[in-house]
Design a protein around this ligand. Sequence first.
Ligand code: 3PG
Ligand code: MG
Length: 378
Amino acid sequence: MSELPSFERWGDLHHRRVLVRVDFNCPVSVVDDRVRVADDFRIRATVPLFEDLLSRGAEVVACTHFGRPKGQVVAEFSVAPIRERLNELCSGVELLENLRFSPGEESNDRAFGESLIAGFDYYVNEAFSASHRAHASIMVPPKMVPSAAGPNLRREVSMLQSLLDSPARPFVAIVGGAKVSDKLGIVKVLAQKADVVVVGGGMAYTFESSQGRTIGSSLFDPRYLAECARLMDAGNVLIPADSRGLADGQPFGRDGGPDEPVYFGPNIPDGFEGLDIGPEAVASFEQAIASAATILWNGPVGVFEDPRFAMGTEAVARAVAASSAVSVIGGGDSVAALHEFGLEDRVSFVSTGGGASLEFVELGDLPGLVALRESPFP
Ligand code: 3PG
Ligand code: MG
């Protein structure tokens, strides 16, 4: 794949205006009646780029989406708290209001994109985690002005690319999450590329059902049964040997619930729902992860926000952290799990983009990267 253009080639930037597309779609929380950025990881990661551009004399303006206001001005999704945190971390950079307040952003409207870039000399895409969205701020500026990939975007792409092109083996991928419909495409690709694909979470029950096991009222999507069975035949997909959960209708979630988890073994009876992997599955997942020289992990293997069903995800997180393999973690939930268990410093690379990194692995490219490569400016 051809190189992404870099801004090094622009040289001196005095009296030049640079628009930087960032992804400051950060979690926020309300403290003392004020909305504040709860996790500024994405902002802090961008400060070195801003400082570099400023030190070369540029006038720097940043733009981001925030939440999903769907083309309407919604006060709750104003970037004001993000702008405040940015100003604390780095002075001299202006941040435009939420791009998604304009309907033209998500519809990739050419005129909206042109109005955004009007008056700028250069464009930098430093939003890897939004580059799977063919939205105006991602797609239009590279057609209009000399454009470049930011350093973090570049790093994410080269990390994922080398993992796909030449992983140290064994390469073990762990894919979790609730919906088999969201993740089957990636499991299919990884079954070709990785030595072992470990599947857990709600999506695993459709795989278990495809093997003739009973799954009670666990998450299930019959549309994918045949495909799951085919993937199992390939022989390198490892699913949970057993599971734990609750009787139907019992509460679970962040606030927990009164009932003790029920252990099911390999088959879940009618009237019960699987919510986490069991001890045999934990042992086999740990063994697979311990054998790896390269690890890709995306998605929890149980309802880990409920402490009663965190055992599987915590075991995966600890096994990944304990491994000396190159480990790449993507996706908000897996990153949140690492954070919860205090392990984020013990992995090689935490990707900022969950959806974007999955789509990159699955399809081999992203619309925003294509737009940069196809930019007609030298
Ligand atoms: C994210 O946080 O996942 C990215 O900013 C993309 O946001 P989106 O899923 O609303 O497009
Ligand atoms: Mg998302």
